[in-house]
Design a protein around this ligand. Structure first.
Ligand code: AZC
Length: 822
């Protein structure tokens, strides 16, 4: 008899016939629905359960491999994940998309309708969370064992609706329709302590040890979502922790009649994983946020220790079992927590524990914005995590001794490097903790990594130059090309073979086709079809009718002043005014598409959204403009909507002020789908331009060093306003009250630009308009534009997240990835 292995416990095979039978079984037996009464959502759930069998079977098999081989595994600690809808991705990765289409088609069900039913987990704000999900996808694809640890927020990022032109936030209810992808691991629960005090005790070897006596203990329960790889048997696991009360009720309080207190404790415990903080790159020192960070990080490290024991490893060799990546500073408390677990709970000596800790962790920084730098008031920190504060003091003490040796008599440097900020009120600096506790520190694009060393982490770079590295971000071509752009995927498969999504270096073979008129025609047809689909969606979601033949000029990303959506609007309005002045002005027809969420408390970002919608209200109705300009705000930008938008973009707007955007990943997604970029020398734009060629990229604007020089010399936005009549006319128009029906509506935006302009829009305005002029000219030459579009795709292979992950494996984690074919 065969041993019981996951492969022979899968209920059915993957032929169309098998899949159909399993689907119908699930519909009836798991969901209790007769096929005749089933809704589209029932179809989705039944299909998800069908596919899940195969996914989970792979996942357990893959996990078993990791245990048996005792490989070094990667733990990716991230407060945010944005996986997007799972079903289509699994169908692609398992190679069963066609069989599934046939299975459902045979009983009159359209697969695409079923796929559209899936609600995505919005467990992140933007770039950092989406990157984490691309990396889990690539880790599985390059066959590295990994777990992405995070929080199972009950309410993820808010749903955005646009009402009367304003962003209105709705509650995200991603779990309300059921979540077939996760498995609640009842056996895997960790206790997490908070508050209280510490005390010393003497162990039986006479050593003084510390014990943490908490005031509260909360339980974290594991929910696992397997992430399949493309053409690989390896699965990554996204293991998210949900907080629960240790006991449903505090029985002592209950027995004493203090029912309120008992209930309160339960509610408080559950609140911990209730909601995601909706801020992108803004740190607010909220106690609950600190608790969330510690909660998932502690659960994760305890779980890793459990897995070490399970695979027969040794705690004293923890770093041989795990490479732990800190996705920004949100999990940086892990440095102190691992020390506590090793020293207090596993009785290791401090120095040994410290050596393990440094070999285990590495830290990725994702932003230079000062307002994102996390620091916690020492008081608050000590009341939530008293033992960790002591440990941090212990680390700091030894660390500063090391600094004194390297840089004697340099108190200012000491103060800057210290884990404790002592200018005025005292704070724990999380970036410093992450740097000290890690053996590698990386930025996310070449320019960003350089700037990190010169600015926010300059003192650490001077101390430990060898710790610093760069890993330029990447994006998964499975989701963002193969799934998002089936038309393009068809062309790529025909030209490059079916395996292209697993090896983007083969894209280079498209280059000669840029000169082939027949191929260019097919390329244009694919693009036009994508734009038609997006146009239909825009009409459905906003009521605005747009022309697929027009140039789709797209800026989709979080709304932030540094990303300069308002610079884009200055261009739109300047075109509008030119047409009003001269109705025959040679303006190529364009559809400006904006999308993105603003943090609910970010006043100016919300005004900028209103400025987009007000511009649309004006421009879209005006007969003088007659189809030449359309302005759309696409509501609720998320992964699912992004998959419709990226493949339809002709022009990708990457216009942040140089030195501000760490990398960007939307820039990669659009270029990989054939958009041309208009952008500054910021983040990964620099490398994208190098890759695709300067002639296939519309560059404009100040460089990062010019920005610093201009600011240092005392930047005066007024001088630009006064010397450029079109700029003046455009700003005056906004100030005039002609938009949105209220003369004061955009006063804050105008005042911000004229009196300060922190992101130098006025300084870059003229160069931006000139670059847009070049865009218009190239668009007029359809063949030249199409060749450029083909060359963008052909030369973007480097920006696959498989390449990024291989770099992490080699230079940071020291684990073996499946070699790339080239
Ligand atoms: C983002 C960066 O803004 C973006 O440039 C980068 O591409 C992305 O991370 C992935 O590296 N940062 C964040 O989303 N958030 C924070 C706190 O940096």
């Amino acid at each position: 008899m065969n041993a019981i292995s996951p492969s022979n416990t899968i209920r059915t095979g993957t032929s169309a016939e098998n899949l159909r039978q399993a689907f119908l079984d699930n519909l009836v037996c798991a969901l209790g629905r007769l096929p005749n009464y089933a809704s589209a959502h029932d179809h989705y759930l039944a299909l998800a359960l069908t596919v899940r069998d195969h996914v989970v079977a792979r996942a357990v098999q893959s996990f078993e491999q990791g245990v048996v081989k005792m490989m070094r595994r990667v733990a990716y600690l991230s407060a945010e994940f944005l996986p997007g809808p799972h079903l289509a991705n699994h169908l692609l990765n398992l190679g069963i998309a066609e069989a599934t289409r046939e299975a459902l088609g045979g009983i009159g069900i359209d697969l695409d309708r079923v796929l559209a039913e899936e609600e995505e987990p919005g467990l992140g704000n933007g770039g950092l969370g989406r990157l984490a999900s691309c990396y889990l996808d690539s880790l599985a694809t390059v066959e590295v064992q990994s777990i992405g640890y995070g929080i199972r927020y009950e309410f993820g990022i808010f749903d955005q609706v646009i009402r009367d032109g304003w962003q209105v936030e709705g509650t995200d209810k991603w779990l309300s329709g059921g979540n077939p992808w996760e498995i609640h691991r009842l056996g895997i629960a960790k206790q997490v302590k908070f508050g209280g005090h510490t005390e010393t005790w003497t162990d039986d070897q006479g050593r003084t040890r510390v014990r943490w006596v908490p005031s509260i203990v909360i339980k974290g329960e594991a929910y696992d979502t397997p992430i399949t790889g493309y053409g690989s048997g390896t699965c990554s696991l996204m293991r998210l922790w949900k907080s629960e009360a240790v006991e449903s009720f505090d029985f002592e309080a209950f027995n004493h009649g203090d029912y309120d207190r008992a209930v309160e404790q339960k509610v408080d415990s559950e609140n911990l994983s209730k909601v995601l903080y909706p801020n992108d790159e803004l740190h607010r020192g909220k106690e609950l946020r600190l608790k969330q960070q510690f909660f998932f990080t502690s659960c994760a490290l305890q779980d890793m220790l459990r897995l070490v024991a399970m695979s027969g490893g040794k705690v004293a060799a923890f770093d041989e079992s795990w490479a732990v990546q800190l996705n920004d500073t949100h999990p940086a408390i892990g440095v102190a927590e691992l020390m506590r677990l090793l020293v207090d709970e596993h009785a290791l000596e401090w120095d040994d524990a410290w050596a393990i800790t440094q070999k285990t962790f590495s830290y990725t920084n994702h932003t230079l914005l000062p307002e994102a730098l996390e620091k916690w008031p020492v008081e608050l920190f000590g009341s939530v995590l008293p033992r960790h504060l002591e440990i941090i003091y212990g680390i700091n003490h030894r660390f500063l001794d090391e600094v004194r040796t390297a840089f004697p008599d340099d108190d200012a440097r000491l103060a800057r490097l210290s884990l404790i900020d002592e200018h005025g009120a005292r704070y724990v600096r999380m970036a410093n903790l992450a740097c000290v506790g890690s053996h590698k520190i990386n930025g996310v694009a070449a320019l960003h990594s350089e700037l990190l060393k010169k600015t926010v982490l300059a003192d650490f770079a001077a101390l430990w130059p060898e710790k610093f590295d760069n890993v330029t971000n990447g994006v998964t071509p499975r989701r963002f090309v193969a799934l998002a752009n089936p038309g393009l995927a068809g062309l790529l498969e025909r030209e490059l073979g079916a395996g292209w999504p697993g090896d983007l270096s083969c894209l280079g073979r498209l280059e000669p086709l840029a000169a082939d008129p027949g191929f260019r025609r097919e390329w244009r047809e694919v693009r036009l079809a994508n734009k038609r689909r997006l146009a239909a969606l825009i009409q459905e979601r906003t009521g605005i009718v747009v022309t697929p033949d027009s140039l789709f000029d797209v800026q989709v990303k979080r709304i932030h002043e540094y990303k300069r959506q308002h610079l884009n609007l200055l261009h739109v309005l300047s075109l509008y005014l030119s047409i009003k002045r001269d109705p025959d002005a040679g303006v190529v027809p364009r559809t400006f598409i904006f999308g993105g969420k603003a943090a609910p408390g970010y006043f100016l970002a919300k005004r900028i959204i209103r400025l987009v919608t007000a511009t649309g209200e004006l421009v879209n109705q005006d007969p003088d403009v007659a189809g030449r300009l359309k302005v759309v705000f696409f509501p609720d930008f998320n992964v699912k909507n992004a998959q419709h938008i990226y493949p339809a973009a002709d022009l990708s707007e990457q216009i942040s002020l140089a030195g501000m955007e760490a990398s960007g990943t939307g820039n990669m997604k659009m270029s990989l789908n054939g958009a041309l970029t208009i952008g500054t020398l910021d983040g990964a734009n620099v490398e994208i331009r190098d890759a695709v060629g300067a002639e296939n990229f519309f560059l404009f604007g100040l460089t990062a060093s010019e920005v610093s020089a201009l600011k240092a010399g005392g930047y005066q936005p007024q001088t630009y306003y006064e010397s450029d009549s079109l700029l003046r006319e455009t700003i005056d128009f906004i100030a005039s009250g002609a938009l949105g029906g209220d003369p004061d509506l955009f006063r804050p935006v105008v005042d911000n630009l004229l009196h300060g302009d922190p992101y130098l829009l006025l300084a870059d305005f003229r160069a931006y308009l000139d670059a847009q002029q070049r865009v218009g000219e190239l668009w007029g030459d359809s063949d030249a534009w199409t060749s450029s579009s083909i060359l963008n795709v052909a030369r973007m292979g480097r920006f696959s997240s498989d390449r990024s992950i291989r770099e992490y494996c080699e230079r940071i984690w020291n684990v073996n990835a499946k070699p790339s074919q080239t």
